[in-house]
Design a protein around this ligand. Sequence first.
Ligand SMILES: C[S@@+](CC[C@H](N)C(=O)[O-])C[C@H]1O[C@@H](n2cnc3c(N)ncnc32)[C@H](O)[C@@H]1O
Length: 201
Amino acid sequence: MAGPSQDFWQERFERGDTPWDRGAPHPQLQAWLAQGLLSPGQQVLVPGCGRGHELQALGQAGIAATGLDYAPAAVTLARERLGALPGRVLQADVLAWQPEQAQDRVYEQTCLCALHPDQWQRYAQQLHAWLRPGGLLLALFMQARREGADQGRVEGPPYHGDINAMRALFPAERWDWPAPPYPAVRHERGWFELAVVLTRR
Ligand SMILES: C[S@@+](CC[C@H](N)C(=O)[O-])C[C@H]1O[C@@H](n2cnc3c(N)ncnc32)[C@H](O)[C@@H]1O
Protein backbone atom coordinates (compact mmCIF):
# COMPACT_ATOMS: atom_id res chain seq x y z
CA MET A 1 0.00 0.00 0.00
CA ALA A 2 1.40 3.39 -0.93
CA GLY A 3 2.17 5.89 1.81
CA PRO A 4 3.12 5.66 5.49
CA SER A 5 2.62 2.37 7.30
CA GLN A 6 1.43 1.63 10.82
CA ASP A 7 5.09 1.10 11.79
CA PHE A 8 5.96 4.55 10.40
CA TRP A 9 3.49 6.21 12.78
CA GLN A 10 4.36 3.96 15.70
CA GLU A 11 8.05 4.89 15.35
CA ARG A 12 7.20 8.60 15.17
CA PHE A 13 5.40 8.40 18.51
CA GLU A 14 8.13 6.23 20.07
CA ARG A 15 10.77 8.79 19.03
CA GLY A 16 8.61 11.73 20.07
CA ASP A 17 8.98 13.00 16.48
CA THR A 18 5.49 14.50 16.11
CA PRO A 19 5.91 17.99 14.61
CA TRP A 20 2.21 18.26 13.77
CA ASP A 21 1.33 18.15 17.47
CA ARG A 22 0.51 21.62 18.84
CA GLY A 23 0.79 20.35 22.42
CA ALA A 24 -2.75 21.60 22.94
CA PRO A 25 -6.19 21.19 21.39
CA HIS A 26 -6.60 22.67 17.91
CA PRO A 27 -7.93 26.26 18.15
CA GLN A 28 -10.65 25.48 15.63
CA LEU A 29 -12.05 22.76 17.89
CA GLN A 30 -12.49 25.38 20.59
CA ALA A 31 -14.24 27.62 18.04
CA TRP A 32 -16.61 24.84 16.96
CA LEU A 33 -17.34 24.01 20.60
CA ALA A 34 -18.10 27.68 21.27
CA GLN A 35 -20.44 27.70 18.24
CA GLY A 36 -22.38 24.80 19.73
CA LEU A 37 -21.56 22.41 16.87
CA LEU A 38 -20.44 19.74 19.36
CA SER A 39 -22.38 18.95 22.49
CA PRO A 40 -22.83 16.26 25.15
CA GLY A 41 -24.97 13.29 24.14
CA GLN A 42 -23.77 13.28 20.54
CA GLN A 43 -21.89 10.38 18.98
CA VAL A 44 -18.57 12.00 18.08
CA LEU A 45 -15.66 10.33 16.33
CA VAL A 46 -12.05 11.53 16.13
CA PRO A 47 -10.18 9.41 13.55
CA GLY A 48 -6.38 9.41 13.75
CA CYS A 49 -6.57 10.97 17.21
CA GLY A 50 -2.81 10.83 17.93
CA ARG A 51 -1.95 12.01 21.44
CA GLY A 52 -5.58 12.88 22.11
CA HIS A 53 -5.50 16.60 22.88
CA GLU A 54 -8.87 17.00 21.15
CA LEU A 55 -10.38 13.99 22.96
CA GLN A 56 -9.32 15.59 26.22
CA ALA A 57 -10.92 18.94 25.28
CA LEU A 58 -14.10 17.16 24.22
CA GLY A 59 -14.13 15.15 27.45
CA GLN A 60 -13.69 18.35 29.47
CA ALA A 61 -16.75 19.71 27.63
CA GLY A 62 -18.70 16.63 28.74
CA ILE A 63 -18.57 15.00 25.30
CA ALA A 64 -17.74 11.28 25.33
CA ALA A 65 -16.02 11.06 21.96
CA THR A 66 -14.44 7.97 20.43
CA GLY A 67 -10.85 8.32 19.26
CA LEU A 68 -9.41 5.94 16.68
CA ASP A 69 -5.75 5.33 15.98
CA TYR A 70 -3.87 2.30 14.71
CA ALA A 71 -0.49 3.17 16.29
CA PRO A 72 -0.38 1.44 19.70
CA ALA A 73 1.84 4.19 21.14
CA ALA A 74 -0.71 6.85 20.16
CA VAL A 75 -3.51 4.82 21.72
CA THR A 76 -1.58 4.53 25.00
CA LEU A 77 -0.76 8.26 25.05
CA ALA A 78 -4.34 9.27 24.22
CA ARG A 79 -5.76 6.97 26.89
CA GLU A 80 -3.37 8.47 29.44
CA ARG A 81 -4.37 11.98 28.40
CA LEU A 82 -8.08 11.20 28.56
CA GLY A 83 -7.75 9.62 32.00
CA ALA A 84 -11.11 9.51 33.75
CA LEU A 85 -12.74 12.06 31.43
CA PRO A 86 -15.69 10.93 29.30
CA GLY A 87 -14.64 9.24 26.06
CA ARG A 88 -12.64 6.27 24.85
CA VAL A 89 -9.78 5.38 22.53
CA LEU A 90 -9.86 2.37 20.21
CA GLN A 91 -6.95 0.87 18.31
CA ALA A 92 -8.34 0.54 14.80
CA ASP A 93 -7.60 1.19 11.14
CA VAL A 94 -9.80 4.04 9.91
CA LEU A 95 -9.98 2.38 6.50
CA ALA A 96 -11.70 -0.71 7.93
CA TRP A 97 -13.38 0.15 11.27
CA GLN A 98 -17.16 0.38 11.51
CA PRO A 99 -19.12 1.91 14.43
CA GLU A 100 -21.90 0.13 16.28
CA GLN A 101 -24.17 3.09 15.63
CA ALA A 102 -24.30 6.05 13.26
CA GLN A 103 -22.25 9.07 14.29
CA ASP A 104 -23.54 12.63 14.70
CA ARG A 105 -20.15 14.25 14.22
CA VAL A 106 -16.75 13.36 12.82
CA TYR A 107 -13.88 15.66 13.73
CA GLU A 108 -11.28 15.27 10.97
CA GLN A 109 -7.92 16.76 11.94
CA THR A 110 -4.76 15.58 10.16
CA CYS A 111 -5.98 12.04 9.49
CA LEU A 112 -6.85 12.59 5.82
CA CYS A 113 -3.51 14.30 5.21
CA ALA A 114 -1.73 11.39 6.94
CA LEU A 115 -3.12 8.96 4.36
CA HIS A 116 -1.64 8.58 0.88
CA PRO A 117 -4.10 9.97 -1.71
CA ASP A 118 -4.49 6.41 -3.05
CA GLN A 119 -6.49 5.77 0.14
CA TRP A 120 -8.54 8.95 0.08
CA GLN A 121 -11.54 7.52 -1.77
CA ARG A 122 -11.79 4.66 0.70
CA TYR A 123 -11.48 7.05 3.63
CA ALA A 124 -14.11 9.41 2.22
CA GLN A 125 -16.46 6.41 1.85
CA GLN A 126 -15.82 5.56 5.49
CA LEU A 127 -16.58 9.11 6.64
CA HIS A 128 -19.85 9.05 4.70
CA ALA A 129 -20.79 5.61 6.06
CA TRP A 130 -19.98 6.55 9.67
CA LEU A 131 -22.19 9.65 9.73
CA ARG A 132 -25.97 9.66 9.86
CA PRO A 133 -27.81 11.75 7.26
CA GLY A 134 -27.60 15.33 8.50
CA GLY A 135 -24.48 14.55 10.54
CA LEU A 136 -21.53 16.93 10.35
CA LEU A 137 -18.00 16.41 9.14
CA LEU A 138 -15.93 19.05 10.94
CA ALA A 139 -12.96 19.09 8.61
CA LEU A 140 -9.58 20.75 8.70
CA PHE A 141 -8.24 20.44 5.16
CA MET A 142 -4.44 20.53 5.23
CA GLN A 143 -2.82 23.13 2.98
CA ALA A 144 0.78 21.99 2.55
CA ARG A 145 1.56 22.10 -1.16
CA ARG A 146 5.11 21.02 -2.01
CA GLU A 147 7.34 22.07 -4.90
CA GLY A 148 7.44 18.50 -6.21
CA ALA A 149 3.77 18.88 -7.17
CA ASP A 150 5.00 20.98 -10.11
CA GLN A 151 6.59 17.76 -11.47
CA GLY A 152 3.56 15.67 -10.58
CA ARG A 153 5.10 14.19 -7.43
CA VAL A 154 2.81 13.10 -4.62
CA GLU A 155 4.69 13.97 -1.43
CA GLY A 156 3.79 13.70 2.22
CA PRO A 157 2.77 13.31 4.92
CA PRO A 158 1.21 15.72 5.28
CA TYR A 159 -0.40 15.32 1.85
CA HIS A 160 -1.76 18.58 0.50
CA GLY A 161 -5.56 18.84 0.49
CA ASP A 162 -6.11 21.09 -2.51
CA ILE A 163 -9.64 22.48 -2.37
CA ASN A 164 -10.44 21.14 -5.85
CA ALA A 165 -9.40 17.65 -4.72
CA MET A 166 -11.55 18.04 -1.61
CA ARG A 167 -14.57 18.97 -3.74
CA ALA A 168 -13.99 15.86 -5.84
CA LEU A 169 -13.54 13.67 -2.76
CA PHE A 170 -16.62 15.04 -0.98
CA PRO A 171 -18.93 15.71 -3.93
CA ALA A 172 -22.03 17.87 -3.66
CA GLU A 173 -24.28 14.85 -4.37
CA ARG A 174 -23.17 13.38 -1.04
CA TRP A 175 -22.18 16.43 1.02
CA ASP A 176 -23.56 19.94 1.47
CA TRP A 177 -20.80 22.54 1.32
CA PRO A 178 -21.03 25.98 2.93
CA ALA A 179 -20.03 28.90 0.75
CA PRO A 180 -16.39 30.07 1.03
CA PRO A 181 -14.33 31.79 2.34
CA TYR A 182 -13.35 29.27 5.00
CA PRO A 183 -11.30 30.11 8.11
CA ALA A 184 -7.57 29.43 7.61
CA VAL A 185 -5.87 28.19 10.77
CA ARG A 186 -2.09 28.51 10.72
CA HIS A 187 0.43 26.12 12.24
CA GLU A 188 3.81 27.31 13.48
CA ARG A 189 5.48 24.84 11.07
CA GLY A 190 4.29 26.87 8.09
CA TRP A 191 1.25 25.03 6.82
CA PHE A 192 -2.36 25.96 7.42
CA GLU A 193 -5.71 24.25 7.40
CA LEU A 194 -9.04 25.28 5.93
CA ALA A 195 -11.85 24.75 8.43
CA VAL A 196 -14.97 23.52 6.64
CA VAL A 197 -18.14 22.02 8.10
CA LEU A 198 -19.72 19.60 5.62
CA THR A 199 -23.18 18.14 6.12
CA ARG A 200 -23.62 14.51 5.15
CA ARG A 201 -26.58 14.21 2.76
C1 LIG B 1 -0.36 13.46 11.58
S1 LIG B 1 -0.91 12.45 12.91
C2 LIG B 1 -2.21 13.46 13.60
C3 LIG B 1 -2.61 13.10 14.99
C4 LIG B 1 -3.68 14.04 15.59
N1 LIG B 1 -4.86 14.08 14.79
C5 LIG B 1 -3.11 15.42 15.76
O1 LIG B 1 -3.45 16.33 14.98
O2 LIG B 1 -2.30 15.62 16.67
C6 LIG B 1 -1.82 11.18 12.04
C7 LIG B 1 -2.40 10.14 12.98
O3 LIG B 1 -3.21 9.25 12.22
C8 LIG B 1 -2.91 7.91 12.58
N2 LIG B 1 -3.22 7.09 11.41
C9 LIG B 1 -2.65 7.15 10.18
N3 LIG B 1 -3.21 6.24 9.36
C10 LIG B 1 -4.15 5.60 10.09
C11 LIG B 1 -5.07 4.54 9.81
N4 LIG B 1 -5.12 3.96 8.59
N5 LIG B 1 -5.89 4.14 10.80
C12 LIG B 1 -5.82 4.71 12.03
N6 LIG B 1 -4.99 5.69 12.36
C13 LIG B 1 -4.16 6.14 11.40
C14 LIG B 1 -1.44 7.94 12.98
O4 LIG B 1 -1.08 6.86 13.80
C15 LIG B 1 -1.34 9.30 13.66
O5 LIG B 1 -1.63 9.21 15.03
